[in-house]
Design a binder for this molecule. Structure first.
Ligand code: GAR
Length: 234
């Protein structure tokens, strides 16, 4: 993968700020990928407009047009297969994906989620962190498996919860870190440095990781006891 640029598809349901961060990283020469398609379940998703503005092909598939989740997801993956994408990024794609349908993409599909997984799978993660009285919050990028928000975590960004934070303020502050985290992980994949070790671990540069990588000052750091190093190279 590292010899040529990685072909990447993105699925997004909403405003698309994570997609925008990926496009910006590519434009800055920090992300050696080609975005071959952006798909959505929502015709009005801001992400689609961002993609069009960047000259990336788009498509919308409306779940209401399909008799079941499985039928929808199989159609979705047919579109993604046809795009020639090697890797799929879920950047705010707010649907549960059928476990059978996603099987061919396991190990090639990542998701950004606004919590320190395994905490707070699903929705309202910021509110739940505040209600629990947590001292810190964060975001995770993980490989997607059949388990909702449950695949092996690749990397995390951590932030302190501050006095006076409400759900909105916390979400906004975290988002800025998501925008660093997702491109940094995709960069490792594009450099062919990352792999899923089935069923539930990841390997960096061929070595199994005991802990997710951590984002520090915009750089992914390996804090595993055996290997203390940053991952920035090349
Ligand atoms: C992001 O905060 C992302 O982590 C979250 O949706 C938001 C999308 O924002 N994803 C999930 O909750 C997935 N379970 P964006 O459209 O501006 O990128």
């Amino acid at each position: 993968m590292s010899a040529s640029r990685l072909s990447v598809a993105v699925l997004a349901s909403g405003r698309g700020s994570n997609l925008q961060a990926l496009i910006a990283a590519r434009d800055a020469g920090e992300l050696p990928v080609d975005f071959v398609v952006v798909g959505s379940d929502k015709a009005q998703a801001g992400a689609l407009q961002l993609a069009r503005d960047a000259g990336i092909p788009t498509f919308t598939l409306n779940p209401k047009d399909y008799p079941s989740r499985r039928d929808y997801d199989l159609a979705l993956f047919r579109r993604l297969d046809a795009s020639g994408a090697q890797v799929l990024v879920l950047a705010g794609f707010m649907r549960i994906i059928d476990g059978e349908a996603l099987k061919p993409w396991v190990g090639r599909m990542i998701n950004v989620h606004p919590s320190l997984l395994p905490k707070y799978r699903g929705l309202h993660t910021h509110r739940r962190a505040l209600e629990a009285g947590d001292a810190e919050h964060g975001a995770s990028v993980h490989y997607v498996t059949a388990e909702l928000d449950g695949g092996p975590v690749i990397a995390q960004a951590r932030i302190d919860i501050l006095p006076g934070d409400d759900e909105h303020v916390l979400a906004q502050r975290l988002l800025a870190f998501e925008h660093q985290l997702l491109p940094a992980v995709l960069r490792l994949i594009a450099q062919d440095r990352l792999a899923l070790l089935p069923p539930d671990r990841i390997a960096l540069d061929g070595q199994a990781q005991s802990e997710p990588l951590q984002l520090r000052n915009g750089v992914l750091v390996d804090l595993s006891p055996a290997r203390l190093s940053t991952t920035r190279s090349g």
